[in-house]
Design a protein around this ligand. Sequence first.
Ligand code: UDP
Ligand code: MG
Length: 311
Amino acid sequence: MKKLSIVVPMYNEEEVIELFYKETKKVVDEVSKKYDYEMLFVNDGSKDSTLDKVKELRKKDKKIRYISFSRNFGKEAGIYAGLKNSKGDIVVLLDADLQHDPKYIIEMLKYIEEGFDTVTTIRNRKGESKVKSYFSESFYKIMKEAKDIELKQGSQDYRMMTRQVVDSILQIKEHNRFSKGIFSWVGFKTKYIEVENRTRAAGKSKWNFRSLVKYAIEGITSFTLKPLKISVVIGILISIVALFSAIAIIIQTLIQGKDVPGYASIITTILFMGGIQLISIGILSEYVGKIYLETKNRPDYLIKEKSKDED
Ligand code: UDP
Ligand code: MG
């Protein structure tokens, strides 16, 4: 019998974790004739009673395992640790808040049986604010520049993969992990399925606008050098304009003998150039900062405790 690992990163999910377990258990029971399962909860340094609740659940169901971090390392670290510690032949990754409806697991398994290596869910943006949709659409447009990966609009971290795909993902050792990109980078035969957008069952989202912008920058700088090239192009364009304006001024002065007026134009030019330069340095430092963090080679997470395996 094949084993299905259900990997769940969690941060302060005490309000929803029991409900999550109940719903997901229902689904795995439906396929229990064909698949054995384990549920691997990755507690990402929750400050509430999430871990206690998981331990409580484990008393009743030994198929539950958990890893608990020493502090909050972020969802990406949670995903990585979950994949690394999963034991199943097939792994499915989903959020604890039931925004990723577990019922799709059955459909996903069907596609894996059909021979797909990974199944990814795409959500529609129904019920999402216009501003948020606009920004996330722009993000996916920019990501189109990254040639190695294909990010579909609305693709999410809810996905299922075979052991082979998981092992491939684990071979990627970079520390700034932008999972969405990494999942796509490894390739393999992928099936996309559309799922409905759901709101959180309980508790609060850990994302705000700022963290989403940070996440987007992380994604862009992880997978494309386009921003660097854009600043080069802007630099070249401005130099050309400056050259023509210099020629014009020389001609004016030499031939027409006109004095050069223009306090305002000089100030504007200086400010404009200063702005462009600072932006370019900013873009550059995003990349340099990444190199700095990578070379430190710090572990992606630290485990404080985990469930003991009886078997
Ligand atoms: N999460 C995590 N570590 C964090 C933030 C979030 O493990 O630092 C988990 C969270 O518990 C949930 C999933 O990642 O299971 C998605 O988080 P959330 O629902 O807050 O994000 P959203 O659905 O709003 O994008
Ligand atoms: Mg959520």
